[in-house]
Design a protein around this ligand. Structure first.
Ligand SMILES: NC(=O)c1ccc[n+]([C@@H]2O[C@H](COP(=O)([O-])OP(=O)(O)OC[C@H]3O[C@@H](n4cnc5c(N)ncnc54)[C@H](OP(=O)(O)O)[C@@H]3O)[C@@H](O)[C@H]2O)c1
Length: 286
């Protein structure tokens, strides 16, 4: 058995008496069936298609849409809150869950948060695996008015990974220059109702060859991403803690649907345990 042309799509079985080409994903690298028939080969399509698609989900989304594959992670209490009323959220999940998120950061090209999360948590958004290896993703901050404080850790960490800040076109040049001094790249983006147009931002990130992005919140960004159908995969952690009030910060803020049938449904749901934490992984049905 050898692999030809592209590791993802073709397997040429040269040992089989009837030589075959097995093509898993047909919209890419399409086989010229006539040429192949002339050579006495049989073409089979759709072999292990679901598994192949899942294995290459980020690349397939990127090459077919020009946008990154978006994975969204949220850590919630059992009663569904992502932070207390004061914005305190560290930590909801245990260390094993947090290490899983660092593995996601290591695997994906970019990690994205809104400026609200920078103001509340001042995260570094780097990969910190226990084993010490791992690469930092590009850090992407969505910040229409460039409110990020000069002392924010994402602007000052010694990571070699780039920090991108998505801003509106109205930010004064002297403010842009001040922030750019810290080595960040400013992305001037279109806005929608006074906030960054997230779909346009995804096009810009795709144009920069960013194939996959991990959205880590917070609540406003998650709400916008969900309503705009921009999330391709969810990782939702539930920790055995109960906030016990109705004044926490939800996973996604902004208007939801009026009826349950307007909810985003997840398919191919998988459950995993990290100690007492539960991880629900699923793909939204758009
Ligand atoms: N448990 C978890 O998994 C987790 C993860 C992350 C954060 N958090 C918590 O979430 C809280 C922060 O949530 P947050 O909602 O304040 O912050 P956020 O979602 O990180 O950032 C929101 C800000 O992003 C900017 N933004 C720009 N374009 C936007 C768009 N199209 N849609 C939405 N926002 C846009 C807005 O500010 P401008 O208008 O100024 O641009 C907005 O105020 C903190 O308490 C943090 O601890 C929890």
């Amino acid at each position: 058995m050898i692999e030809a042309e592209n590791k993802i799509t073709f397997i040429v079985d040269i040992k089989a008496r009837r030589r075959r080409i097995a093509e898993a994903v047909t919209e890419l690298y399409e086989v010229d069936v006539e040429k192949v028939h002339e050579k006495g080969l049989e073409v089979k399509t759709g072999i292990l298609e679901t598994a192949c698609r899942q294995l290459n989900e980020a690349f397939l989304k990127f090459v077919t849409t020009g946008r990154p594959f978006v994975e969204a992670k949220s850590a919630l209490t059992m009663d569904g809150w992502t932070a207390t009323a004061t914005g305190h959220s560290r930590w909801i999940t245990n260390e094993k869950s947090q290490q899983f998120v660092h593995r996601l950061r290591d695997r994906l090209d970019g990690v994205l948060v809104g400026v609200g999360t920078v103001l509340a948590d001042d995260p570094m958004l780097t990969t910190r695996l226990k084993k010490g290896v791992g690469r930092d993703p590009v850090r992407i901050i969505v910040d229409t008015d460039l409110r990020i404080p000069d002392e924010a850790k994402v602007l000052n960490s010694d990571s070699s990974a780039l920090t991108l800040i998505a801003v509106g076109a109205h930010v004064p040049p002297q403010r842009l220059r001040r922030v750019e001094k810290s080595g960040v790249l400013i992305l001037t983006c279109p806005t929608n109702e006074g906030r960054i147009d997230l779909a346009a931002l995804m096009d810009i990130l795709g144009g920069m060859d960013i194939v996959s992005v991990l959205v880590e919140g917070g609540s406003a960004i998650m709400g916008s991403m969900i309503r705009e159908r921009l999330v391709d995969k969810f990782y939702i952690f539930k920790a055995p803690k109960i906030l016990g009030g109705n004044d926490g910060i939800p996973m996604a803020s902004g208007p939801g649907p009026r009826e349950m049938n307007g909810c985003l449904r997840l398919r191919d749901v998988k459950l995993r345990r990290f100690g007492d934490d539960i991880l629900v992984r699923g793909y939204p049905e758009h």
